[in-house]
Design a protein around this ligand. Structure first.
Ligand code: PEP
Ligand code: MN
Length: 267
């Protein structure tokens, strides 16, 4: 199983962070009803300032439930130990399974990057996403990919996510550099998704950036999909309440972008 087998474009929706078991089941149902393969179901939440950090290991059994429903659960991993815990729990599922992990923008310790690369070595059922670091530096972003590969990950397991660069400017939470993202897509040969949620910072910007990103073309190259925050009730979200879409907004966006071809069952 590899990334080549995923539906294109690769669309990964789900809340900023999962808040309960019900939240996971609901998100899995919503994603599956739309024929989508991977859910953003993160149990970890890095914080700029101290605060709620996600449900942590309590959420691992819920990820397993989502996997048993047929969804590929996706979570950020901040430490190699947590990646191992999730992988061990997922390993117990019999039959076909797939797991999606990602390294967040703030995870800029090359020892961690390499260790996570090493943990997924030879595990072709695990996909690892790599977000760009918060500051704009092409060399650094390429270096993260190299650290993960040095750890032993295979290119067929990796995808990249552009979430923009600090500082905030012109109302955007992080400023995108689509040309740089395209260069790295080309030089690495890896799929490149866009995270419009952490670029936009509010729903109006998120919708705008998602459209611009998916319409962006360089010769025949384009972005490979979106990792996007969608919450059952964004106003009540524990984190990033301003930028999370409702499932209705998500559906309208997919319609606008004509990527409703994933839809197998009417919502
Ligand atoms: C996230 O995706 O949940 C997140 C915290 O974003 P970033 O790593 O891009 O800051
Ligand atoms: Mn978020």
């Amino acid at each position: 199983m590899s990334i080549c087998e995923l539906q294109k474009p690769i669309i990964i929706p789900g809340p900023c962070a999962i808040e309960s078991r019900e939240h996971v089941i609901f998100t899995a149902e919503m994603a599956l009803a739309r024929g989508l393969e991977i859910g953003r179901l993160t149990i970890e939440k890095p914080r700029t300032r101290p605060g709620w950090k996600g449900v942590g290991e309590e959420g691992i059994p819920w990820l397993i439930e989502a996997a048993e429903m047929g969804l590929t659960p996706g979570t950020e991993v901040m430490l190699p130990e947590r990646a191992e815990e999730v992988i061990n729990a997922m390993s117990k599922i019999r039959g076909r399974k797939r797991l999606y992990l990602w390294l967040g923008a703030r995870n800029q310790n090359d020892e961690i990057q390499k260790a996570v690369g090493s943990i997924i070595k030879g595990e072709d059922w695990i996909i690892l996403g790599i977000k760009n670091q918060p500051w704009s530096d092409e060399n650094h972003w390429e270096g993260i990919i190299e650290h993960v590969l040095n750890g032993g990950a295979d290119k067929s397991q990796l995808l990249l996510i552009h979430r923009g660069f600090a500082p905030s400017l012109n109302g955007f939470r992080n400023v995108p550099d689509f040309a740089m993202a395209m260069r790295i897509r080309r030089s690495s040969g890896l799929p490149m998704l866009v995270d419009p949620s952490h670029i936009g910072g509010n729903t109006e910007n998120v919708l705008k950036i998602a459209r611009i990103a998916m319409e962006y073309r360089e010769d025949s190259s384009k972005f490979d999909g979106l990792q996007i925050e969608v919450h059952p009730d964004p106003k009540k979200a524990k984190t990033d309440a301003n930028q999370q879409l409702t499932w209705g907004q998500f559906d309208r966006l997919m319609d606008d972008l004509k990527i409703r071809n994933h839809l197998t069952v009417a919502p």
